[in-house]
Design a binder for this molecule. Sequence first.
Ligand SMILES: [Zn+2]
Length: 80
Amino acid sequence: MPPRPKPKTRRPRKEKPCPICTQGIEYIDYKDLSLIKPFLNERAKIKARRTTGACAKCQKQLSAAVKNAREMALIPYTTR
Ligand SMILES: [Zn+2]
């Protein structure tokens, strides 16, 4: 009998405070790349909320800002 894989224990993740709300930012400007950049991975994709800890409101604004910034050629759509 092969050893049974251990059941994955799902420990409740400690809620990280939203990094944008904690900065007191209520509007994410697409031109503010220093604000947006930390939320992109090396392939210029928007990081998932579970990795950044951004709240729903901020993540939504962020994605809109990133898409806007892409259209304005401030950040790439993707990098190889
Ligand atoms: Zn937030």
